[in-house]
Design a protein around this ligand. Sequence first.
Ligand code: E4P
Length: 212
Amino acid sequence: MKFFIDTANLTQIKEAHELGILSGVTTNPTLVAKEGVDLKERLKEITAIVDGSVSAEVIATDAEGMVKEGRELAAIAPNITVKVPMTTEGLKAVKTFSNENIKTNVTLIFSSVQALLAARAGATYVSPFLGRLDDIGHHGLDLISDIAEIFQIHDIDTEIIAASIRHPMHVAEAAIRGAHIATIPYKVISQLVKHPLTDKGIEQFLNDWNNR
Ligand code: E4P
């Protein structure tokens, strides 16, 4: 499983990139709004740092508008992936992008059949939202297992991005259940690095070394 960072914050992207583990970035309108920046300018900055897929979401809700916006976003850099919401209009737009070899990430996936539809429309990636399912009393991780099984049975090469990640166990479980990618907030990436026994071990090694 590969790691993407789920943010539009440049400092966080640079720091994750320096760890050497970053394969891509996902943004969404909320994350970009939080930064108070121009979307296209920020995408230029992000794609100058990260070689892998950088997802940028369309705002339009009709297929024609999504295609127009998506083409503009894709023209910013070769590694832009156009993020499209899981709607009937979104599926039509994904088909058009697929015919034009523009990569897509179908977002706001909450059922396995939505993921299958998106894949059949030609999506490069699907993003099931774990945390938001957990929030309403469902088991978000089961959705990853279901999609992974369906894609395997039907020999589908659309990649699964585990999204709406809230804590380290989401990441570990998404990997076991067959997600190709987890897109993770910076705070959770930091949590993944740490283990109390690692810290304790370092402290003990240093003490023993200094007291030799
Ligand atoms: C995914 O691409 C989304 O940007 C993101 O994971 C949404 O997460 P949230 O539910 O924490 O907003």
